[in-house]
Write a protein that binds this ligand. Structure first.
Ligand SMILES: Cc1cc2nc3c(=O)[nH]c(=O)nc-3n(C[C@H](O)[C@H](O)[C@H](O)COP(=O)(O)OP(=O)(O)OC[C@H]3O[C@@H](n4cnc5c(N)ncnc54)[C@H](O)[C@@H]3O)c2cc1C
Length: 384
C-alpha cells in the first residue's frame, strides 16, 4: 500500500469515525436526516476549521491536510458531504471579504458556533450556465432586496450562513456576461424570518438538498463580499479547492470499495474455492485499485500546485473527474464481487455506491470538465 500524507491526522480521523459506524449512517439514510452528532464531533476536534488561518481561530493547515481528513472520512464509510463545504466556502470570505467581515464571522465558524455550509449558485433555468442566473439583488440605501430562486442548494436547513451568488446588474447591461454578479453573505436565520422559503428535495442519497425561494428578502449591504459585480470571479476562485477536496473524498470512497471487495473475494467460497482466485473477479478489483492510484496521483499533483499558490484549474478539474470515475468503478466492482449481498443495506456498499455517484455531476459535471480540458489544455474551440 502506498504511503499517505499526514498520517497523524488520518489516524485521529479514523478513530473519530470509528464511533460512527454503518448502523449510524443507515439510520440517517433511511430518514434522510442530517448527521448532527458526527458534525459536532468533527467541529469539536477542529477538523472543519483546518483551513481557517490561526489568527481567525482555525489551525491554518494546507489543503493537503483537509484532503487527508475528507479522504479518511470516506474511507471509514462515513459521508463527508454533510460537512465538506464548511471547509471551502469560507475561502471566498477569507480571500475577498473585508477585515470587519472576517473578524465578525471566521472565529465563530472556526469554533463551530456558526455553520457556513451553504453555497447558493445553481438555479432551475440557468443550470451549469451560471452567467444566466436570474436571482437579483437590488440596492436600497443600506441593504439589498433579493428576489428569485435557487435549486440543489445543499445543507441550507443545517447552516446558519450561506454565500449567495446574485445578479446586481442584468446580463444585457454588462460588457461581459461574467460581469454584474455579486456575492452576498446571507444570514439564513434572519432570511427565513423575512421572505426566504426552503423546500427540501428528496434524492437517491442523503444529501440535505433544497430549493430556495426569495421573496423580497433584505440582506444588509455590509454583507456584500468584495466589490459589487465581481462575484463570478470570487466564486471561480473557490472552485479549485472544492474540486480537489471532493476528488480526495472520491479516492477515499474508492479505497473503501476496493478494500471490501478484495477482502470478500478472498473469503467467499463458491465452487470449492475463494471467488477471488477467478480472474473474472480479481482483475476488476485490480483495475479499480490501479485507477484509484492514478486518481490519487492526479489529486496529489493538484494539491501540490494549490498549496504552492500556483494555477491549478485544469489539474483540479481533471483530478475530480478521474477520481469520481475511479470511485464509481470501484463501487460497481464491489457490488459485483459481493453478488446479491452487495444490494443488502446492512453491508453499506449500496449506500456508499449511491453517495459516490453524485460526484460525476456535482459540483461540476464531467462534460463541463472535458470541455475545460479541450479548450484550456488542448486549445480547441469552445462549444458555448
Ligand atoms: C445532490 C446535489 C447537490 C448539489 N449542491 C449544490 C450546492 O450546494 N450549491 C449549488 O449551487 N449547486 C449545487 N448542486 C448543483 C450542481 O452543481 C449542478 O446540478 C451541476 O452543476 C449540473 O447542473 P444542472 O443540474 O443544472 O445540469 P445542466 O446544466 O442542466 O446539465 C445537464 C447535463 O447536460 C450536460 N451539459 C450541459 N451543457 C453542456 C454542454 N455545453 N456540453 C456538453 N454537455 C453539457 C451536463 O454536463 C449535464 O450532464 C447540487 C446538485 C446535486 C444533484
Amino acid at each position: 500500500m502506498q504511503k499517505r500524507s499526514h498520517p497523524e491526522i488520518r489516524e485521529a480521523v479514523a478513530k473519530l469515525c470509528a464511533e460512527f459506524g454503518g448502523s449510524y449512517w443507515r439510520a440517517l439514510d433511511e430518514k434522510r436526516q442530517y448527521p448532527t452528532e458526527f458534525i459536532s464531533a468533527l467541529s469539536a476536534a477542529g477538523y472543519l476549521s483546518i483551513l481557517i488561518p490561526e489568527e481567525y481561530g482555525g489551525s491554518g493547515q494546507p489543503l493537503s491536510a483537509a484532503c487527508a481528513v475528507l479522504e479518511e472520512i470516506q474511507y471509514a464509510g462515513c459521508n463527508g458531504s454533510s460537512c465538506h463545504a464548511q471547509m471551502y466556502i469560507m475561502g471566498t470570505l477569507l480571500r475577498h471579504g473585508n477585515e470587519e467581515q472576517k473578524q465578525r464571522y471566521l472565529p465563530k465558524v472556526a469554533s463551530g458556533e456558526l455553520r457556513l455550509q451553504a453555497f447558493g449558485v445553481t438555479e432551475p433555468s440557468s443550470g451549469t450556465d451560471t452567467t444566466r442566473i436570474r436571482t437579483s439583488a437590488e440596492k436600497h440605501d443600506d441593504h439589498y432586496i433579493v428576489n428569485g430562486s435557487k435549486v440543489w442548494i445543499s445543507r441550507t436547513e443545517h447552516s446558519d450562513l450561506m454565500l449567495l451568488l446574485v445578479r446586481t446588474t442584468p446580463r444585457e447591461e454588462c460588457a461581459k456576461r461574467t460581469d454584474g454578479m455579486s456575492v452576498l453573505l446571507v444570514d439564513l436565520r434572519e432570511a427565513l424570518a423575512d421572505g426566504l422559503t426552503i423546500k427540501p428535495i428528496r434524492t437517491m442519497m442523503n444529501h440535505s438538498s433544497t430549493e430556495l425561494f426569495f421573496d423580497d428578502v433584505p440582506v444588509p449591504a455590509d454583507n456584500l463580499i468584495g466589490e459589487e459585480g465581481k462575484g463570478f470571479r470570487y466564486i471561480l476562485d473557490g472552485m479549485n479547492a472544492e474540486r480537489i477536496l471532493i476528488a480526495a473524498e472520491c479516492v477515499g470512497d474508492a479505497r473503501y470499495f476496493i478494500e471490501r471487495a478484495a477482502a470478500y473475494a478472498s473469503e467467499r467460497e463458491v465452487f470449492g474455492g475463494p471467488i477471488g482466485q477467478n480472474q473474472g473477479i480479481q482483475f476488476p478489483i485490480a483495475r479499480a485499485y490501479t485507477q484509484m492510484r492514478a486518481a490519487d496521483a492526479l489529486v496529489s499533483q493538484a494539491i501540490e500546485l494549490f498549496d504552492s499558490g500556483e494555477p491549478c484549474g485544469s489539474e483540479a478539474n481533471m483530478a475530480k473527474m478521474v477520481a469520481s470515475e475511479a470511485s464509481w468503478f470501484a463501487g460497481d466492482t464491489c457490488i459485483q464481487t459481493h453478488g446479491g449481498y452487495g444490494f443488502a443495506e446492512e453491508y453499506d456498499i449500496e449506500r456508499k455506491f449511491r453517495e459516490t455517484r453524485l460526484y460525476q455531476v456535482a459540483p461540476i459535471s464531467t462534460n463541463l470538465i472535458l470541455s475545460h480540458v479541450a479548450t484550456h489544455e488542448l486549445g480547441m474551440p469552445k462549444s458555448f
